[in-house]
Structures are given as C-alpha cells and as structure tokens.
Write a protein that binds this ligand. Structure first.
Ligand code: HEC
Length: 190
C-alpha cells in the first residue's frame, strides 16, 4: 500500500510519480511452488521496474542485455544465488555456444557476456529487484579461467563483487567452462 500513498502524494503535488516506485507484485503463499504462469505474471509485473533500475546510471551492459538472446524460457529458482528467480541473457558472441548447454572440452569465445537478472522475495511475500550478475570472457584472467565477474545493483550502481567468491563456486562447473546453466526445464530448445 505504501507506494500507492507515495504516488498519490506525488499527484497531489503535481509531481511526476517517482521513477523508482515499486510495483506491487504479490506472490502466492508458497513462492517456491509457483506455476510457470504465476512466475511469468510476476516477471511481467517486475520487468519494466527492473530494467529501469539497472539502466538508471548508464551501465553499458545493463543498457544492452535485454536485446540479447534469452537463454531461459522464463525465470526460475535454482536454489543458489540466494533462492532468487534467475533469468539469463547472453550476447551475440556467446549465444551459439551457450545455447548448446554443452558439457565437455570447450571454451567460450573471448568477448562472451552472460547477464543474469535476479528477482528476490521479501519475508512478507512480495517480489523485489535484486542485482544483475554478469560474467565476461576475457583474455587476461587465467586465475578465474578467463571469466571476469561483475554486477549492477537495482539502483544502477556497480555491484562490488569478489572475483574469488564468484569463481570459487563457478569453478565447480568445470565440465562447462565454469558456467552453471539454467535449470533444464527452462532451457531454450534448439
Ligand atoms: C554458490 C554458488 C554460486 C556463487 C557463489 C555464484 N554463482 Fe553464479 N551461478 C551459479 C549457478 C548454479 C548458476 C546457474 C543457475 C541458473 O542460472 O539457474 C549460476 C549462473 C550464473 C550466471 C549465468 C551464466 C551461467 O550459466 O553460469 C551468471 C552471469 C552468474 N552466475 C554470475 C555470478 C556472479 C557475478 C557471482 C558473484 C557475485 C556468482 N555468479 C556467484 C552458482 C553460483
């Protein structure tokens, strides 16, 4: 209700509604047992608000990634990344190889960028924006198997990430060049 009161106040003062007003996107009681339709409805409700936040400080990847290839059919909870709903996009350099969801002896081409949106859930069961997480394949990061980890906060500011924190987990996916891939049920079929 709170944001409605804010919007009403802004209207009374003749101000444009604050750009950062959160939409009200309530979730069902068991948010980890949502149908595909319920998850899609939540995403539709959050989508414009998320992109507005990520892009608000002009971050280059945040501005570009929604035009890339979506690598999952919808957001899904994978049980890592803080039990958030995850939705991955990959750039043109990465798309062909990423969408094979391959395991084996391969490496992603330098210049690949993978961006993963996250939607969190508050204790009272409302959806909220979480950071956009990014992996970029570079030529000069042997200690992280060529991946540079970064992120963008919902406020648009760069997220402070520890390369070793991210890679300590991602290196477990050593059969897939350190990539975790979306859950099988939401992979894009070729
Ligand atoms: C505890 C393990 C763990 C940690 C820590 C972790 N990740 Fe992940 N990450 C995963 C898993 C598992 C997936 C695949 C899940 C999915 O997309 O459904 C994934 C997926 C991703 C993807 C999508 C590309 C892909 O398929 O791998 C990006 C981008 C990403 N993580 C970035 C990061 C960044 C940046 C950090 C550090 C801030 C980080 N991750 C920390 C486990 C982890």
């Amino acid at each position: 209700m709170r944001h409605i009161a804010f919007a009403a106040t802004a209207l009374c003062l003749g101000l444009p509604a604050a750009a950062q007003d959160a939409p009200s996107c309530p979730l069902p009681a068991d948010r980890y047992d949502m149908s595909a339709e319920q998850i899609e409805a939540m995403y539709d409700c959050m989508s414009a608000y998320m992109i507005e936040g990520y892009q608000s400080q002009g971050n280059e990847i945040a501005t570009a990634y929604r035009d890339w290839t979506q690598a999952s059919t919808r957001p899904a909870v994978a049980g890592v990344h803080g039990e958030r709903f995850l939705n991955t996009f990959v750039n043109d350099v990465a798309a062909e190889q990423y969408l094979k969801y391959a395991e084996g002896d391969f490496e992603m081409p330098v210049g690949s960028v993978l961006a993963k949106e996250m939607i969190g859930v508050t204790d009272d069961g409302a959806a909220r924006r979480a950071p956009l997480l990014i992996m970029t394949k570079v030529a000069d990061a042997p200690e992280t198997d060529g991946w540079r980890y970064s992120g963008v906060q919902p406020t648009g500011q760069a997220l402070n990430v520890s390369q070793s924190f991210c890679h300590d987990c991602h290196q477990n996916f050593d059969a897939s060049d350190s990539m975790g891939y979306p859950l099988e049920e939401v992979r894009v079929s070729q």
